[in-house]
Design a protein around this ligand. Structure first.
Ligand code: GLC
Length: 598
């Protein structure tokens, strides 16, 4: 499908790397205060190296009043003291680089915290030098400038009595939007990028780039339903049609506030800034392919979010996603896949079926590591951490969860217990709980006598911990290490084209990854069914990739034999080292990767 002539050695590091997202507050507490920090993270660098990942994305580590756990930045030039400050970060960065691990930072570019000095100055008077760094407008008819909402609930405008104007915020009111039309803002932000690049940081994950601009004419939205009505409609949707209708109206609601053409201009400028450094990269928290620009002049990577927006990963779902996604990429653009992050359900919980969760978790990883593109994994996924739906509203730390709790109890009259349970499901604390290192109080995240910032999932005592799984060859963690190693040693899995096979089969996903430049073709089979399946290539047309890989030897032979043999690269089950491709037998839920040989 996608044609790539570059071999493994010609790819950039971020095309070959497997990324691992760390939520710094929850990864490892080095100083024993119940909050993760860089001291703890540095102590876990050997773990990360031995796991086999190549790069980490660290969620925001800057000083912040924590209204949005760091996505409300009050200083772009520092590291929060509770994470160990700049010295601890530098030591972590150095330690990571010594181990060949790259580090990219999260960067909220749409907004700052309302405590950021830029905003304090901006709000101080209508004539302040930084007034125009944010989006200030007069009210209209005794109310806000227009009827826009904030995506986190309530109006998108906040009245500031000191200067009798409103400022705009797409997210919480404590996250005022920067005015990217202002050239000084752009320069100030590009200087931030240079500051971290100068320090040796390898790139950025750009937070919500699609929200950076809004229609300057400020037209009212014309959605037929209010945000509150849509919240209730989505919450109570009885079927997919109702859900989809509410989703459509929701998009209408924000139509004038996202994905403006001006974003591309900034993406191009930012790309030039990081390109000054040669080997840095940008990944955008957006799925819009348009932000790749021509494939080389905007962002290096954009997440394939559509892939994970389902309750069930099925072969048909993945095939359709790949057809659409890879088909739409501009030439030279590189795909990027993920199934989880700090805003959504954990992979184990999202894609499990309650019956074969362990098997499905293995298939999920296999999908990430064998599809074409750069994979992003989320901390704790490798030990099968699950959503933790603690329903004690007092312990919520995600403002979105708290907001939902308030909405439920105050607006909808939901009982406190039910509201808390609902907020736990919809809020984001569920996937941000502390990393489970060991079997013991607080799972080795912080000392036993300290209360961690978020409750620890008690399932650390049922084997969901690094300690329980590290030396067990059959654990999920060992499986992660094995598959990560196999990927690293198999150029076709990194550089190869993606060519789907058996496209009508419902139970298993089969595709070839072929790197002509590396002279390697691999067959990947992911059996998503609970039954044994036999691959029958009899009479099937030999794909071009295979003909190339097998060379002249394949020509003139019998159709069945054309498929040749496969050398085992990786399997979740015991298998012979070499076996004929035709007739390959797959165990239930088996993950199989074999290199095609003559
Ligand atoms: C992104 C982040 C999310 C945050 C929001 C506002 O979506 O992933 O955690 O709340 O931006 O910064």
């Amino acid at each position: 499908m996608t044609k790539n002539s570059k071999g493994m050695n010609e790819l950039a590091w971020w095309q070959k790397a497997v990324f691992y997202q760390i939520y710094p507050r929850s990864f490892a507490d080095g100083n024993g205060d119940g909050i993760g920090d860089y001291l703890g993270m540095a102590e876990r660098l050997d773990y990360l190296r031995d796991l086999g990942i190549d790069a980490v994305w660290v969620s925001p580590h800057y000083p912040s009043p924590l209204v949005d756990v760091g996505y409300d930045t009050s200083d772009y030039y520092d590291v929060a003291a509770e994470y160990g400050g700049m010295p601890a970060f530098r030591r972590f960065l150095e330690g990571a680089h010594e181990r060949g691990i790259r580090v990219i930072l999260d960067w909220a570019i749409n907004h700052t915290s309302d405590q950021h000095p830029w905003f304090r100055e901006s709000r101080s008077s209508r004539t302040s030098a930084r007034r125009d760094w944010y989006i200030w407008r007069d009210g209209k008819d005794g109310g806000p400038p227009n009827n826009w909402y904030s995506t986190f609930g309530g109006p998108g405008w906040e009245y500031d009595p000191a200067t009798a104007q409103y400022y705009y915020h797409f997210f919480f009111k404590e996250q005022p939007d920067l005015n990217w039309h202002n050239p000084q803002v752009r320069q100030a932000m590009y200087d931030v990028a240079r500051f971290w690049c100068d320090m040796g940081v390898d790139g950025f994950r750009l937070d919500a780039p699609g929200t950076m601009f809004e229609d300057p004419a400020l037209p009212n939205h014309t959605s037929p339903r209010s945000q509150e009505e849509l919240y209730v409609a989505m919450r109570n949707a009885r079927n997919e049609a109702e859900q989809a209708a509410a989703q459509k109206d929701m998009e209408e609601l924000f139509k004038h506030q996202v994905d403006r053409p001006e974003v591309h201009e900034v993406m191009r400028e930012l790309r030039q800034v990081v390109d000054e450094y040669g080997d840095r990269m940008l990944v955008g928290e957006d799925s819009a392919i348009s932000y790749y620009g021509d494939g080389q002049n905007e962002l290096h990577l954009l997440f394939n979010f559509p892939l994970m927006r389902t309750d069930r990963l099925t072969p048909a779902w993945v095939r359709a996603n790949q057809r659409e996604r890879l088909g739409a990429l501009p030439p030279l653009a590189w795909p990027c896949n993920t199934l989880g992050n700090h805003d959504v359900s954990r992979v184990w919980s999202q894609f499990g079926d309650g019956q074969h969760d362990a098997e499905l978790a293995r298939l999920s990883l296999a999908l990430m590591l064998t599809l074409r593109g750069t994979p992003f994994l989320y901390y704790g996924e490798e030990i099968g951490m699950t959503n933790y739906l603690f329903a004690d509203a007092e312990r919520f730390r995600d403002s979105l969860g708290m907001m939902i709790y308030r909405l439920e109890t105050q607006l909808l009259g939901t009982s406190a217990d039910e509201a808390a349970a609902h907020a736990a499901r919809v809020g984001r604390d569920k996937c941000r709980t502390p990393m489970q290192w060991a079997d013991g109080v607080n799972a080795g995240f912080c000392p036993p006598n300290v209360q961690p910032w978020l409750p620890v999932n008690p399932n650390y005592a049922q084997g969901v911990s690094v300690a329980a799984q590290w030396t067990d060859p059959h654990s999920l963690l060992s499986y992660y290490r094995g598959l990560l190693r196999a990927r690293k040693e198999t150029p076709a899995l990194i550089a190869g084209d993606y060519e789907p096979l058996f496209e009508d089969v419902a139970d298993y996903l089969t595709f070839l990854r072929h790197s002509k430049a590396d002279g390697q073709a691999c067959l990947v089979v992911l059996n998503w069914s609970d039954a044994t399946r036999r691959l029958c290539f009899e009479g099937a047309q030999l794909p071009a990739a295979l003909r190339d890989a097998q060379g002249a030897a394949a020509r003139g032979s019998q159709p069945a034999a054309q498929w040749g043999r496969a050398r085992l690269v990786f399997s979740s089950h015991e298998r012979p080292q070499v076996e004929p491709v035709n007739g390959l037998l797959l165990a239930p839920f088996e993950v199989y990767v074999g290199e095609l040989v003559r």
